[in-house]
Design a protein around this ligand. Structure first.
Ligand code: FES
Length: 378
C-alpha cells in the first residue's frame, strides 16, 4: 500500500534500494502505481533535466514541426525560417488549446479554436476580434519558449532555466559513442506502441539481461553484457557481438559496418539509458532508440526509432533488407511489452513486495538509484 503523500519521500522507504546492487532490493511496488508519486517524478525528474525529444532530421525544412511531449506535457518542435530548431509549450496563449498535433509543415502556428496565429519564433502575429479588449498587447502573449539543445542530431528539451547545459548533462557519453557518426544517420522509421506499464518497469527491463535468455529465447538468444562505468546522467553496457545487434539471432549481417567505428565501438554494441527515460542502442551498422513516455503511472507510449548511415539508406536494396531489422525490433519489443505488462499487473497487487536482484540486474539498481537520489535531492 502507498504511504501518505506527505510521507512518500521519507528516505527510509528507499534505504534498501540504495545498497550495493547485490545487497539491494527493487523499488517499493507503490512507486510503480501511485498517482501522487508519479506527479512527484514529473516535477522532480522530467521537469528538471534534459529530455530527448526527437532527431533533428525529422524537421528538415522551415515550418516543419513535430508535436510531441515530455511525460505528457505537450510541446512543439519546429524549424524556423533561419533553419534553427525551436521548442515551445504546445498551449495557446489565449485559452490554452493545444495548437499542433502530429507532424507536418505549416506557414504559421494557427490555433484551431479562435484562430490566433504565431510565427515560428513564437511571436503572436494575428489576433482576430481582440480590438476592444482593454490593454491587450500582442507582444505580451507570445508562445512560451523552451530550452532546446542538440548533440549529434539528437534534440533535447529542458523546462528548467537554471539547469546545466546539455553538454554537461551528457558528460562522458559522447566519448563512448561518438564514433558511430550519428550526424550522418538518417531516421528511417518511428513506431509507436501503447504499453500498460509504468515507465520505470520498461526502463529497468531494458537495463538488465537476466530476462533475455527466457523472454527473447527464440528471437535474440542470450546476450551477455559488460557494464560500462556509470557516470552521471547515463548508464549502460557493452554487448560483444560479431556483427550487428539489429537483426534476429539467426540472420546474417545484411548491411556493411559504419566506416568511422573506433575504440570501444569495435568491441561490441552499446546499450545505454540516458535518464530519465530514453534508451539507445548503437551497433555496427545502425542505431535505434526508445522514447519511454509516461502516460500516467501505469501506461507508456513507447516510440521506437531507428537510424542508418546515409550511404546505407541510398542502397537499392535498402527498403527490402531493412525489413529484417524492423522484424527484429517489432518482435523483441512485443516480447518486452508483454512481459512488462505482466510485471505491472503483479505490481498493482497490494501484496506485492520489493525483490532482490541478480548479478545480471545491476542495471536495474543503477536506474532505481538515479531516480531515488534525484527524487530525494530535489
Ligand atoms: Fe487558441 Fe482561443 S484558445 S485562439
Amino acid at each position: 500500500m502507498s504511504p501518505a503523500a506527505a510521507d512518500m519521500l521519507d528516505p527510509a522507504h528507499f534505504a534498501n534500494v540504495l545498497k550495493p546492487p547485490l545487497e539491494a532490493e527493487s523499488l517499493p511496488a507503490w512507486c510503480y502505481t501511485d498517482p501522487y508519486f508519479h506527479r512527484l517524478e514529473i516535477e522532480r525528474l522530467f521537469m528538471k533535466v534534459w529530455n530527448f525529444v526527437g532527431r533533428d532530421d525529422l524537421m528538415p525544412n522551415p515550418g516543419d514541426y513535430l508535436a510531441t511531449d515530455v511525460a505528457s506535457i505537450p510541446i512543439i518542435l519546429i524549424r524556423d525560417k533561419d533553419g534553427t530548431a525551436r521548442a515551445f509549450a504546445n498551449s495557446c496563449r489565449h485559452r490554452g488549446t493545444q495548437l499542433l498535433t502530429g507532424e507536418g509543415n505549416c506557414k504559421a502556428i494557427v490555433c484551431p479554436y479562435h484562430g490566433w496565429a504565431f510565427d515560428f519564433d513564437g511571436a503572436l502575429v494575428s489576433v482576430p476580434g481582440m480590438d476592444e479588449t482593454v490593454g491587450f498587447d500582442k507582444d505580451d502573449h507570445a508562445l512560451i519558449p523552451l530550452r532546446l539543445e542538440s548533440w549529434a542530431g539528437f534534440l533535447f528539451v529542458n523546462f528548467d532555466a537554471k539547469a546545466e547545459s546539455l553538454a554537461d548533462y551528457l558528460g562522458t557519453l559522447p566519448n563512448h559513442i561518438g564514433s558511430y557518426n550519428f550526424p550522418d544517420m538518417v531516421t528511417t522509421r518511428r513506431k509507436v506502441w501503447d504499453v500498460a506499464c509504468n515507465w520505470k518497469v520498461y526502463l529497468e527491463n531494458q537495463r538488465e539481461s537476466y530476462h533475455v535468455p527466457i523472454v527473447h529465447r527464440e528471437s535474440l538468444g542470450d546476450q551477455v553484457a559488460t557494464p560500462l562505468d556509470q557516470e552521471g546522467a547515463w548508464s549502460g553496457s557493452l554487448i560483444p557481438v560479431e556483427h550487428t545487434a539489429g537483426v534476429m539471432k539467426d540472420e546474417t549481417t545484411p548491411f556493411p559496418p559504419i566506416k568511422s567505428l573506433a575504440g570501444e565501438a569495435l568491441e561490441g554494441s552499446h546499450f545505454l539509458v540516458l535518464y530519465p527515460s530514453t534508451y539507445f542502442v548503437a551497433t555496427t551498422d545502425c542505431f535505434w532508440w526508445m522514447e519511454i513516455k509516461p502516460r500516467g503511472p501505469a501506461r507508456i507510449e513507447l516510440v521506437v526509432g531507428s537510424g542508418f548511415p546515409r550511404e546505407t539508406v541510398a542502397r537499392d536494396d535498402f527498403e527490402s533488407v531493412v525489413q529484417r531489422y524492423y522484424r527484429r525490433w517489432d518482435t523483441s519489443h512485443k516480447e518486452d511489452n508483454d512481459i512488462c505488462e505482466l510485471q505491472q499487473a503483479g505490481l498493482t497487487s497490494p501484496l506485492a513486495l520489493p525483490g532482490r536482484l541478480a548479478r545480471r540486474e545491476r542495471g536495474v539498481n543503477a536506474v532505481d538509484r538515479w531516480i531515488v537520489e534525484r527524487m530525494l535531492a530535489a
